[in-house]
Design a protein. Structure first.
Length: 333
């Protein structure tokens, strides 16, 4: 059995006291990870109660799935007492955690900069993520699903806290939400360095999309090397003979025409039939599943990703073993 690395540590989760939603989400996720690593996590609440209590998505009982996920393994409590770690924004840390030796401070731009009003949409726009997600202009950009920017900042904060605790002493860990969002968008920087220009949404080479099937949708995410077996799988001679479909850029420039050709083949088959046929030819197509279907997904079951009630597991491991909230025991995995 592995010993949880934060067993015996007390963490003050100030996420509910943060002034802005991205900071609150990031701090709450960092504390959630700390709980997974064995810490006792205390979450003080404002006078109005838990800020995520009514945040969608809502469960059948009316509760918030976000609240249930982010606050699993924590307990409500006051800011008094001894804590090893505190996580929050500048104001909450200054008001409630002056004596805590190790702090994670969430901000938009980092130390020395005042926090402007900010949303997760604003962070995606500032970091350039809006430039690559969604259909080509004039269609509006698309946001990333869920809270990927804030959750990634929470992961960064947790990893930095683990390093600070290992080093010992007092330390303030600064996590910039914008820096994390820019890191998530590393392909833009890489594209500029390698090709001299940044990728843009709906570019000529983009031929990834979802296609209606008989019982849902299929996701087409493939490389140029996968086009010949995909073309043969569908079996329409136009895909071989029409020059509009001969190359990746040509298919990207003629997406509407391509969809007209391949659409009927997908629409006439179920997701399971398409997946089996694609796997036989090693074509990387995947079914788009409803959330309830994921509970019975073979891969998710094998990985223990979802509990029977739908609660997702966290990828929290230590010494090669997965740590769980239940007693902070180690399970093989």
């Amino acid at each position: 059995m592995a010993v949880a690395p934060l067993a015996g540590r007390r963490v003050l989760d100030l996420g509910a006291l943060c002034a802005q939603r991205p900071h609150a989400l990031a701090a709450s996720m960092a504390a959630r990870l700390c709980a997974g690593y064995g810490a006792e996590v205390v979450r003080p609440l404002p006078s109005g109660g838990e800020p995520f209590a009514a945040t969608p998505p809502l469960l059948p009982d009316g509760g918030s799935a976000l609240d249930r996920f982010l606050n699993a393994g924590k307990r409500q409590g006051a800011t008094t007492g001894r804590f090893d770690v505190a996580i929050g924004d500048r104001a909450s840390l200054a008001a409630h955690a002056e004596e805590v030796p190790v702090k994670a401070r969430i901000s938009v731009f980092g130390p020395g900069e005042e926090d402007p009003p900010m949303t997760e949409l604003g962070l995606m726009a500032l970091s350039g993520l809006f430039g690559i997600v969604g259909e080509a202009p004039p269609a509006p950009p698309a946001r990333l699903a869920g809270h990927q920017v804030s959750y990634s900042a929470g992961l960064a904060a947790c990893m930095a806290l683990l390093a600070a605790l290992l080093a010992g002493g007092e330390e303030v860990v600064d996590v910039s939400l914008l820096d994390v969002a820019a890191w998530l968008n590393w392909k833009v920087a890489a594209g500029v360095m390698v090709m001299g220009s940044a990728p843009v949404r709906g570019g000529a080479r983009v031929t990834w999309f979802t296609v209606p099937a008989k019982d849902g949708h299929m996701a087409l995410v493939y490389q140029d090397k996968d086009w010949p077996p995909l073309r043969d799988l569908i079996g329409d001679p136009r895909l071989r003979d029409d020059p509009r479909f001969a190359t990746g850029p040509a298919r990207g420039a003629n997406r509407a025409a391509l969809l007209e050709v391949i659409g009927p083949w997908f629409a006439a088959r179920t997701r399971a039939e398409i997946t089996a046929a694609a796997q036989a030819k090693r074509v990387p197509l995947g079914p788009v599943k409803w959330p309830v279907e994921l509970l019975d997904d073979a891969q998710y079951r094998a990985r223990g990703f979802l509990a029977p009630d739908g609660m997702p597991a966290l990828p929290v491991g230590w010494d090669g073993q997965r740590l769980t909230l239940e007693g902070n025991r180690a399970d093989a995995g």
